[in-house]
Design a protein around this ligand. Sequence first.
Ligand code: A3P
Length: 289
Amino acid sequence: SRQTKLKEVAGIPLMDPTVNNWSQIQTFKAKPDDLLICTYPKSGTTWIQEIVNMIEQNGDVEKCQRTIIQHRHPVIEWARPPQPSGVDKANAMPAPRILRTHLPPQLLPPSFWTNNCKYLYVARNAKDCMVSYYHFYRMCQVLPNPGTWNEYFETFINGKVSWGSWFDHVKGWWEIRDRYQILFLFYEDMKRDPKREIQKVMQFMGKNLDEEVVDKIVLETSFEKMKDNPLTNFSTIPKTIMDQSISPFMRKGIVGDWKNHFTVAQNERFDEIYEQKMDGTSLNFCMEL
Ligand code: A3P
C-alpha cells in the first residue's frame, strides 16, 4: 500500500523529490577535479564506492570507517527535504570531490561535460541487475511497489523503473566512453579478478599504492566484509526507507542469480528484446562465472 509514484523527466522516470528539485540539479557546478561514480542502480555502486574510498584513503581502514558509506560521496540527484540535497552536500565538500549519480548521460548536469570531469562507470549484466533491482524495490519503501515478479518483469523491460531503461543507460554511457575521461568497468570482472580491476581504478585516480595495500583493499571490499560492516551495509537507514527484513541491501553479491528467477519463457523473451535493444553495440556481458 505504498503511495509513491515516479515522475518522468524527458521520458526517464525519477523519484518525486528529485523531479521537484530538477533546476538545482541541472545548474549544479562541477569542478574539473571531480570524479563521478556512475551506475545504473544495483550494478555495484556501493562496492565501487568503497573501493574508491579505500584508494582515496591509501588503504587506511580507520579513515574509511569514520563515516557511513551513503554520506561519503553524495548522489547528485538525491533530494529528500528537509535534509540537504545531494547538490547541497556536494557544494559543501572540499575539492577534489568524489560524487555519485545514477543519471543517464543525457540528464547529467551539463557542467560535468564542460569541465571534462572523470567518470567511473560500472555496468552489470541486465539479468542480474534486474533481479537485484526487484529485491531492492521490494524492500525500499520510497520506491513504488514492484508487484509480482511477472509484473515487475514488464516494468523493467519497458524502462519504467526509477532512472529508466537499463538498455539505454548502459548503451548511452558505453557509446561516449572514448569522448570523455571514462573508465568503464564490469561488475562481473570485479567478481572474477577484483585485484586487477582495483588496480585499474587506482591508475585512473592517479594513485600508486603498494601491492600489500591493494591486497588489503581487495579483502576489505569483499562482499562478506561489506555485508558485516554497519558502515557499508546500510543498516543505519531507518526501516521506513529500507526495510531490510524484507531483503537485505547486501543480498547475494553473485553473478548468475537470474537463473533462480527467470522462467525459460521469460529468458527467451528477454534475450529477444535484449538483441533488439542492444543491436549495434560492441558490448559483451558475462552472464555466469
Ligand atoms: P545483489 O542484490 O545481487 O546481491 P548497488 O550498490 O548499485 O545498489 O548494488 C547492490 C548490489 O551489489 C547487490 O547485489 C549487492 O549485494 C551487490 N554488492 C554490494 N557490495 C558488493 C561486493 N563487495 N561484492 C559483490 N557484490 C556486492
